[in-house]
Design a protein around this ligand. Sequence first.
Ligand SMILES: [Zn+2]
Length: 91
Amino acid sequence: MKYIKNIDGTYQYRPIAGTTRLSPHSYGIAIDLDNKYTSYWLWDKEYRYKSDIPQKIVDIFEKYGFVWGGRWYHYDTMHFEYRPEMFERVL
Ligand SMILES: [Zn+2]
């Protein structure tokens, strides 16, 4: 519960930090969990990946078509984004 009790945000019309591109939050397809327990590459003094998000939470989001920012090179472990097309299988 501590990861989702005080979420950091869902819909917010804004650019991706450091860019002029719209964030997925601008389209209402992303959610950020409590940033107290997460890592974001731009906020880290040293670029060193670390995630405290339980795998069970990641598995549940991915089961329902969300990609997790914790899998990105520019990690953002609080971020989940609804992108079901990325999980579709091509027959
Ligand atoms: Zn986010």
